[in-house]
Ligand binder design. Sequence first.
Ligand code: OFO
Length: 169
Amino acid sequence: MLNEKVESALNHQIKIEAQSSQFYLAMASWAETEGLVGTAKFLYEHSDEERQHMLKLIKFVNERGGKALIPELEAPPEDFESIVEIFKTLLQHEIKVTNHVNEVVDICLSEKDYTTHNFMQWYVAEQLEEEATARTIMDKLQMIGNEKAGLYLFDRDLENLTPEDQPLE
Ligand code: OFO
């Protein structure tokens, strides 16, 4: 049976993952309307992944005798300034998510819930990977600057990258 504090922390994390999925979906849709095919594909996939992260939590909470809560979500932004703004925002968002994951891990330890602690290690590893990918993408974009040809190639590279892959070379 799930302890109340752990259950509430997991339900909060369900909301964070759902919100992330929604946020990246808004980014993907914006990129698509801007003709940024590769960026849109990468972000649609990222959004799908975040939904999977949410589902994994929902199932875990219910399987352990808790009650997963399906949250109301805030509307994400409709417009973004540029690809650079998108990935800068994405990196900042992932850093926040990592902090939330760490809070859940802390609560598991203080409540001596080692099963949930073990389950959460998957999220710890995932965050590490996602932050690394976002940082590598940002480094690339900083090198390219506003150069159109570079941004075109960058967008094409992203088309062949899934959020699960190793960051771009
Ligand atoms: Fe859910 O992996 Fe990032 O946010």
